[in-house]
Design a protein around this ligand. Structure first.
Ligand code: NZQ
Ligand code: ZN
Length: 379
């Protein structure tokens, strides 16, 4: 086990109606919130009304910024920042999925620092300040509600980057599974894939951490047991709750403590598809993970075999890869690029971007040949 510091300052409130406390918490922070959300789902699932109702009840003034898109863009972050600064808000309230909360994380820094969001993402600018973030989660997937990472896209230079900073832990996160009841079939499934992929990135990470390994296995087992059940019963609150909590734990550091790092190669490869074709994040992962395992079967064979033994009672590397592929496709997720409308004529373009924007993993470093092999297998 490697040395580590365990730190997670987010106060996470889970369950029925927890958002009713947001006004009370906000009133201890300030009196003017920038309320950030996406393209309207929050207006239908009750989260917007509940949030704004509680904020108003505690006399918090609210300025809104809406329209954040999936695979969120740095332009929206800068626009929202300007509105937040003009109105002198003292906190950011994010209502939505990972795209909205990730955007809010950068907005909170840029409001406090009056800086450029992309310079923060690329580490050209080192932020020291942020206004507090309160996050109301409506989609179980990314884990952003209890971590300090944000992922943003720059459509101009075709880059999608992740950035991590302690300033970006939400101060409070509110997880009412009821808000996720309206999540459509495809995004529900992508969320399950994403949480499993986060566990796999930890599993294939650097360093030996047996307890973290056991957390990984437990979280994947939750997803494998309750995920398919949820896909057959999307309106089931109890199943939504189990998947929501599993997704949080898949990326709140629990699976990383004691390791030097996760691997993250599959995520980074997936970002190329999102940048080029706006492919949803979870869909990139269900396409790339099985292909990555096939290419890595020689170098990571032992780890794949252990995973198969723990999850399926079968140490066969080939069977383990097939089982993951089947799990993803049974959820209704794509496993080849063609399933999301990316034709094989796009290979050249994908490879070009993969080479232009350094695509690299933290543990199983990919050679150019291996990267190309993955690319061949996803078609
Ligand atoms: O536009 P809105 O109205 O917000 O609708 C969203 C969007 O269309 C909709 N939605 C969300 N909750 C809903 C709902 N529709 C109906 N009912 C609900 N309750 O779902 C669509 C997708 O939303 P999005 O926020 O994009 O999904 P997700 O939570 O999967 O976030 C994906 C983003 O997070 C990044 C990804 O790269 C991607 O950009 N990630 C962030 C991470 C982090 N911060 O730690 C780690 C992840 O690996 C990931 O990279
Ligand atoms: Zn992810």
């Amino acid at each position: 086990m490697e040395n580590f510091t365990a730190f997670n300052p987010t106060r996470l409130h889970f369950g029925h109606d927890v958002v009713h406390e947001i006004g009370n918490h906000a009133s201890r922070i300030g009196n003017h919130a920038l309320l950030v959300y996406g393209r309207g789902s929050v207006l239908k699932n009750g989260s917007y009304l509940d949030t704004i109702g509680s904020l108003k009840q505690h006399n918090i003034k609210v300025t809104e910024y809406s329209g954040i898109k999936p695979n969120p863009s740095v332009n929206d972050v800068m626009e929202a920042t300007q509105i937040g600064r003009e109105n002198e808000v003292d906190m950011v309230v994010a209502v939505g999925g990972g795209s909205v909360i990730d955007s809010a994380k950068l907005i909170s820094i840029c409001i406090a620092e009056n800086c450029d969001a992309w310079e923060v993402m690329t580490k050209e600018y080192e932020p020291k300040l942020a206004v507090p973030i309160l996050a109301v989660l409506t989609l179980a997937a990314t884990g952003t509600e209890m971590n300090s990472t944000a992922v943003l896209q720059n459509r101009l230079n075709k880059q999608k980057l992740g950035f991590k900073h302690e300033l970006m832990f939400p101060m409070h996160s509110y997880l009412d599974p009821a808000y996720t009841l309206s999540a459509p079939e495809n995004y529900t499934a992508y969320g399950i894939v994403d949480l499993v992929a986060h566990c796999l990135e930890a599993w294939f990470g650097k360093g030996d951490a047996s307890l973290s390994d056991r957390f990984v296995i437990s979280i994947i087992k939750e997803a494998m047991e309750y995920g398919p059940a949820l896909m057959k019963d999307l309106g089931n609150f109890k199943l939504r709750a189990k998947i929501m909590w599993a997704a949080t734990n898949a990326l709140n550091s629990l699976t990383i403590y004691g390791r030097t790092s996760g691997d993250w190669g599959v995520h980074i490869l997936g970002h190329t598809l999102s940048v080029l074709y706006d492919t949803p994040h979870g869909a990139t992962l269900s396409i790339i993970y099985p292909a990555w395992m096939k290419v890595m079967r020689n170098r990571a064979g032992e780890r794949i075999s252990e995973l198969g033994q723990e999850l399926f009672g079968n140490p066969s590397v080939e069977d383990t890869i097939v089982s993951f592929e089947k799990f993803f496709s049974d959820l209704g997720c794509p496993i080849k690029c063609q399933d999301v409308g990316i034709e094989s004529s796009s290979k050249k373009e994908i490879l070009h971007l993969m080479n232009k924007n350094p695509v690299q993993s933290l543990n199983y470093k990919l050679s150019d040949a291996e990267r190309e092999e993955v690319l061949v297998d996803i078609f």
